[in-house]
Design a protein around this ligand. Structure first.
Ligand code: C5P
Length: 232
């Protein structure tokens, strides 16, 4: 890969935000999802360690669950994750957590990656894949997977229509953005935004997809956690 925006050494470089402030109620444990045990350590450790070791990432901000800032900072110290420059308190929604983390990103940042702690198996390969198209002038890049199931729009339990799945994908993270485009998108209304790309799209930005990775499964249930653990 040739020089890409944010390769270490460029002013400001590439910042990675780790959204880790969700409650994870569906896991049914006594702590936030980011601190669920994955291979004997907190789930969020995996994303922090992998992004810290990634050559394309220059600095990291973690959005921690409210009340869990200190354990998050201790974890960062334990991992010796030297690229983590700030740990902020997350908000009531994912978008609010990302907004809080974005406020810590330096003005001269070139690229911002946003990643869900709930997708622990982030790899150098996928980071490289989402960064690459930014050099072609798009404002955002999303890893995405085609949908295998037939998709239906429903009203309660009644099927309203069957949607053409050929034009549908499932969006994952890490998502990569031109830093200024992401900042502009986050100045607007955050309502109903379940990912960052939707805000950039709403602000008129061009977002493209690259091939996602099935191993970037979002941990929601204990079965997901067991599956991801088996892939470690
Ligand atoms: O809730 P869901 O699994 O969709 O959350 C996706 C990611 O966003 C998770 O990594 C979660 O920790 C994060 N999140 C957050 N702040 C919230 C809600 C979710 O950082 N208020």
């Amino acid at each position: 890969m040739g020089p890409s925006p944010g390769v270490s050494g460029e002013p400001g470089g590439t910042w990675a935000l780790v959204a880790a402030a969700g409650t994870g109620e569906r896991l049914g444990i006594d702590r936030p999802k980011a601190f669920a045990s994955l291979g004997g350590r907190p789930l969020v450790a995996e994303s922090i360690e992998r992004l810290d070791g990634c050559q394309w990432v220059d600095a990291i901000v973690v959005a921690a669950p409210a009340g869990w800032e200190e354990p998050t900072i201790l974890l960062v110290e334990e991992l010796a994750a030297s690229k983590v420059v700030a740990c902020v308190t997350g908000g009531a929604t994912r978008a609010e957590s990302v907004r809080a983390a974005l406020a810590e990103v330096s003005d001269d940042a070139v690229v911002v990656l946003v990643h869900d702690a709930a997708r622990p198996l982030v790899s150098d390969e996928i980071v490289e894949r989402v960064l690459e198209p930014l050099a072609e002038g798009v404002e955002g890049v999303v890893p995405a997977l085609r949908i295998a199931d037939t998709v239906k729009r429903v009203d309660g339990r009644v099927v309203v229509e069957t949607v053409d799945r050929a034009s549908l994908v499932g969006a994952q993270t890490p998502q990569a953005f031109v830093a200024d485009s992401l900042r502009r998108a986050y100045r607007g209304d955050l309502a109903d935004a379940t990912d960052c790309a939707s805000l950039v799209e709403r602000a008129g930005g061009t977002v493209m997809i690259v091939e996602g990775d099935p191993h970037l499964l979002k941990v929601t249930t204990s079965a997901d956690l067991a599956l991801v653990e088996s892939w470690l």
